[in-house]
Design a protein around this ligand. Structure first.
Ligand SMILES: [Zn+2]
Length: 250
């Protein structure tokens, strides 16, 4: 399978749906369904249903989104925090985006990096991560609080709006999906978390051979991924699987 298989198949026409999601391992099984060309919609919706404990609002929203999109014309990009600005180079290379879906979630490691920066004062490295995640926009969220959990919750509430605004510079039709990951039925996981780094178009095949529920995924152009790798490192993910060149070829 070539690295640009996904993009080549799209043909760079209009009508491409791009999903920008957080790299979080708990979203991976959901995102795979949007790129699965072999499985009929009804079966993909059933699989989505089995990922949730019950028919939650999230399930209904995602099931509807599955019905409105076709795997052949959908691209999945991922980084820390579903940070649209951080994927600028990648998004700039994709022509004909008709809809941009931003998928954020609660209990987000990327937002924790922002919260840490707000609560403890920035070091050079945390400042870089913070700026990458649109840091200045979040400053007011912290207020006078120094409680990381409290700040993180505020930052998570603010993030969809920040991403919506950023997404509008790439597409006029923007949808935000906030997934409550605590509503997901997760299989038991091992202690070790993996990080997959892969080119655009390789969802879901790039995940073959990596442990389910344990693998975070960064998918985008190489120029866009540097800071996200650092964020993954701050989250303690040390085992990295790199699926090769990330230059989008036409
Ligand atoms: Zn996240």
């Amino acid at each position: 399978m070539s690295n640009d298989e996904g993009l080549a198949a799209l043909g760079h026409d209009s009508g491409i749906v791009v999903i920008v999601a957080c790299m979080d391992r708990r979203l991976v099984e959901i995102l795979k369904l949007f790129r699965d060309r072999e499985t009929p919609l009804k079966v993909r919706q059933e699989r989505l249903r089995s990922l949730f404990n019950r028919e939650t609002e999230d399930y209904k929203a995602l099931s509807g989104l599955l019905a409105e999109t076709t795997p052949e014309r959908t691209l999945v990009l991922t980084n820390a925090g579903a940070n649209v600005k951080g994927l600028s180079k990648t998004l700039g290379e994709i022509r004909g985006i008709s809809r941009l879906v931003v998928m954020t979630h609660n209990d987000c490691g990327g937002m924790k990096v922002v919260a840490n920066g707000l609560s403890s004062g920035a070091t050079e490295e945390s400042d870089e991560l913070f700026r990458h995640l649109g840091g200045s926009r979040y400053k007011s969220a912290a207020g006078n609080s120094r409680d990381i959990e409290e700040i993180k919750e505020r930052v998570e509430m603010l993030n969809p709006g920040v991403q919506r605004e950023a997404a509008r510079s790439f597409c006029t039709k923007v949808a935000i999906v906030q997934v409550d990951v605590r509503g997901l039925r997760q299989e038991p996981e091992g202690n070790e978390h993996w990080l997959l780094v892969a080119p655009v178009g390789q969802y879901p095949h790039a995940f073959d051979g990596t442990p389910r529920w344990q693998t975070y995924g960064i998918v985008g152009n190489k120029e866009d991924e540097v800071v996200d790798r650092k964020i993954a490192a701050t989250l303690g993910i040390s085992r990295i699987v790199d699926r090769g060149p990330r230059k989008i070829s036409r």
